[in-house]
Design a protein around this ligand. Structure first.
Ligand code: AMP
Length: 144
């Protein structure tokens, strides 16, 4: 299975972003209202500058308390983004996320961000694929 298939099957297309200069509190509010774990910091929606996830916010809250909510997102985001391509195999992306211990991966094509996959998206797609294969095998054995 390819990352492009996972993107196509996602119920909501597009990537949730916040603009540079936004406050950490705004990012936390976005995560909460959208029910997601990470936002891409991005100007114009296509060239990501970094990522802020719930882990980054919890880390800062734990270290410095609620004062961090007034920081700019650039102050706490991860800048060295690891990205993938629509043609990458999902299993390879899952392995990368597991090895590097993060759960979000922007999908880039020709220098533009075209989507984002979470570890949950990839695991769900893989489980669906395995269930379909099991069903196909069962049907073959039963002669359907
Ligand atoms: P997560 O597990 O996605 O909540 O992220 C754990 C840590 O990795 C946080 O510090 C994130 O900012 C960072 N992170 C998440 N996704 C990526 C990514 N694709 N590339 C680089 N760092 C990331």
């Amino acid at each position: 299975m390819l990352i492009s298939q996972i993107l196509n099957d996602k119920p909501t297309q597009g990537v949730v972003t916040v603009a540079p200069g936004s406050r950490v509190g705004e990012a936390a509010n976005t995560l909460s209202t959208k029910g997601i774990g990470g936002v891409i910091v991005c100007e114009g929606g296509i060239r990501p500058l970094g990522i802020v996830t719930e882990r980054d916010i919890v880390r800062e809250l734990g270290k410095r308390g609620t004062v961090c909510l007034d920081d700019k997102v650039e102050d706490i985001m991860t800048r060295d983004l690891v990205t993938c391509s629509p043609g990458d195999r999902a299993i390879k992306v899952l392995q990368m996320m597991t090895d590097r211990r993060f759960r979000h991966m922007p999908v880039m094509e020709d220098g533009k961000m075209i989507g984002l996959v979470s570890i949950g998206d990839v695991v769900k797609a893989r489980l669906d694929e395995l269930a379909n294969q099991a069903e196909a095998l069962k049907n073959m054995i039963m002669g359907y």
